[in-house]
Ligand binder design. Structure first.
Ligand code: 1HE
Length: 272
């Protein structure tokens, strides 16, 4: 049985969200909870559009976001009960809607930490893959059961997941329907940090606070420039890197932070 997560303290925060989502803020961090445990946090249209509304309404002084799930599972993926009614054109539009929301997360204003536990399945894994950091509790398991349901990835998974774990592993998950446990997920690169059950949210908040203490322009470069540079041809990549580096290092923030270090006020980089 999963130990209860650290109590989610913090002030409720404003955006009008569906009942399947809840938002709080803790200082410079906003925390978004998938709150539909009775349906294992299955992602229906209302929830996906609610996630979009949450990110659109993020106050300017929020510097990082944590996403986690209520109940025993992070998310059972696409709400399968909504799937049967769509024709082909509507299905394309539906997938494009997920793309719009998850792209806006990946290339949004602030870094996002996903805290995973229990099932991280199908669209739930696609949601996690659109986040910048992933913390997994030991109860986490990953699956892409689309093959057995007669469907396909539709939330950007075929683009993002191979970049995390390679086409071969994604193909294996999809063809065989097997699951990867939390340890496999950690060693393959699905999660960045593995923690005990019940410890994920506290770790996610700790990481988000650390991320939030970076210079905002550096975080912007890491979220927006790094993935684009990594996918461009090396020559263009190196050139873009030089441009981004010069923009960042000429900011007031960089000047202050570098001076602080040189005058012995900045933090040293010590082994953890
Ligand atoms: C759902 C969903 C769902 C649960 N859509 N209603 N995803 C899947 O193929 C995963 C399907 N779900 C499961 O395998 C299991 O629910 C779990 C392993 C995640 C959890 O099992 P369990 O025993 O804790 O819960 P349960 O009894 O199966 O589910 C509780 C309720 O949630 C039940 O409804 P109820 O009215 O009978 O109480 C389930 O029907 C409901 N439920 N999962 C709708 N996914 C953009 S493309 C992405 C494509 C995909 O995501 S494919 C993967 C779909």
């Amino acid at each position: 049985m999963r130990k209860p997560s650290k109590k989610l303290s913090g002030k409720p925060f404003a955006p009008k969200l569906p009942a399947s989502l809840a938002a709080k803020r803790r200082g410079e961090i906003a925390i978004l909870r998938l709150s539909r445990p009775q349906k294992r946090n299955a992602l229906d249209d209302t929830t996906i559009l609610g996630i979009e509304a949450f990110f659109k309404a993020l106050p300017k002084d929020i510097k990082a976001v944590v996403i986690h799930g209520a109940g025993q599972h992070f998310s059972a993926g696409l709400d399968l009960s909504e799937l049967t009614e769509r024709n082909t054109a509507e299905a394309v539009q539906h997938s494009r809607m997920w793309h719009r929301v998850f792209d806006a997360m990946q290339f949004g204003k602030v870094p996002i930490v996903a805290v995973l536990h229990g099932a991280v399945v199908g669209g739930g894994l696609e949601l996690a893959a659109a986040c910048h950091l992933r913390v997994a509790e030991r109860s986490t398991y990953y699956a892409l059961p689309e093959g057995s349901r007669g469907i396909f990835l539709g939330g950007g998974g075929s683009v993002r997941l191979p970049r995390l774990i390679g086409v071969s592993r994604v193909m294996e998950l999809m063809l065989t329907g097997r699951t990867y446990g939390a340890e496999d997920g950690q060693s393959f690169g699905l999660s960045h940090v593995l923690v005990d059950d019940g410890a994920g949210l506290a770790k996610g908040i700790e990481l988000a606070e650390r991320v939030a203490s970076n210079a905002p322009l550096s975080n912007f470069a890491i979220m927006h420039a790094l993935p684009r540079i990594a996918e461009s041809d090396p020559s263009s990549g190196l050139f873009t890197e030089s441009l981004m580096a010069s923009v960042a290092s000429n900011s007031e923030d960089a000047k202050t932070r570098l001076k602080d270090f040189l005058e012995k006020r900045g933090k040293k980089v010590l082994r953890e």
